[in-house]
Ligand binder design. Structure first.
Ligand code: AMP
Ligand code: MN
Ligand code: MN
Ligand code: MN
Length: 284
């Protein structure tokens, strides 16, 4: 395996905020030519056994995965973990705590939306939720499209439920050091997810990368659905600059909503070390 391996190490199932089951994702990934796959549900490992079995059934190699919500300098950033022991007690406890605030946050989001005349969104979003511990803004967005508030989920995020807009409720997620620690102490590799999405200042970005490294983080997503050509070049450069391995993952959530399908990103550039080289012994 090398930089040309068709790896897709970032996507979501109904166990978090995706719309497909782990089995349907495995079949879609395999049909799209994926050779090495990981399901990385938000703050949750409940889909890992199903994903691993489904990958085996279609003849695809598999790495365990998770995407942990982190608050760093008051900003929400996501850290992907790959290759962990998904039964590790400290990892499971940390993720349970990270999921814990979602229920109250969702109720507060709904109250805030009611104040601008959009009522009953908590109850409406619930029918899109596959895992009661993982109600997310994506479920709110799907219900708000259903009731005609917006034409698509992107438009919901543009007008509501993001910073400064109705329905946004600030939330404190896991600490960066804890998230990286849970991943590395359970045998995995921590990866900064879609750094191009955070719109950080150069100082904030330097702080994120250096602190992530100091806690034992080893990778960054270079190829991801949220990045453009300039981001590919920039973050491949960061691999050299910070001594990080590169990851590749579509962040696929849904055939209707995601513009990048499983396995369809460009290959990693030849200049980087693919994160799967660090994870040879963890591949199922
Ligand atoms: P949450 O963890 O509840 O804050 O929800 C975050 C999720 O919302 C992300 O993982 C994405 O799936 C989705 N999301 C965030 N921003 C956008 C956006 N601008 N357009 C579409 N989906 C988004
Ligand atoms: Mn998501
Ligand atoms: Mn993310
Ligand atoms: Mn994601």
């Amino acid at each position: 395996m090398n930089t040309l391996t068709n790896a897709d190490l970032h996507c979501h199932s109904v166990v978090s905020d995706g719309t497909l089951t782990p089995e349907a994702l495995a079949q879609r990934a395999q049909a799209n030519g994926v050779e090495l796959w990981s399901l990385t549900d938000h703050d949750e490992l409940g889909g890992q056994d199903r994903a691993m079995a489904a990958a085996r059934a279609v003849g695809m190699r598999y790495l365990t995965g998770v995407e942990i919500s982190v608050t760093f300098l008051g900003i929400t950033v996501h850290i992907v973990g790959l290759g962990m022991d998904h039964n590790n007690p400290a990892l499971l406890t940390g993720l349970r705590a990270t999921r814990g605030g979602r229920e109250q946050r969702a109720r507060d989001m709904s109250d805030d939306l009611a104040r601008v005349g959009i009522k009953g969104v908590y109850e409406g979003a619930l029918k899109y939720v596959g895992n009661p511990e993982l109600i997310s803004r994506s479920h709110f967005a799907r219900y708000m499209v259903e009731i005609g508030v917006s034409k698509d989920t992107n438009d919901v995020f543009r007008k509501y439920i993001t910073e400064g807009k109705p329905g946004f409720v600030p939330h404190r997620w896991a600490k960066l050091a804890d998230a990286v620690g849970w991943i590395t102490q359970s045998g995995g590799v921590a990866v900064i997810a879609h750094p191009g999405r955070y719109k950080l200042t150069p100082n904030e970005e330097f702080a994120l990368f250096t602190e992530f490294k100091s806690h034992g983080g080893q990778g960054v997503e270079v190829m991801t659905g949220a990045h453009n050509q300039a981001d590919y070049v920039k973050y491949a450069g960061y691999c050299q600059k910070f001594g990080l391995a590169a990851s590749r993952g579509s962040d696929f959530h849904s055939p209707e909503e995601s513009h990048t399908d499983l396995g369809k990103l460009p290959d990693l550039p030849g200049s980087v070390t693919p994160v799967w080289e660090l994870l040879q012994s963890r591949i199922h």
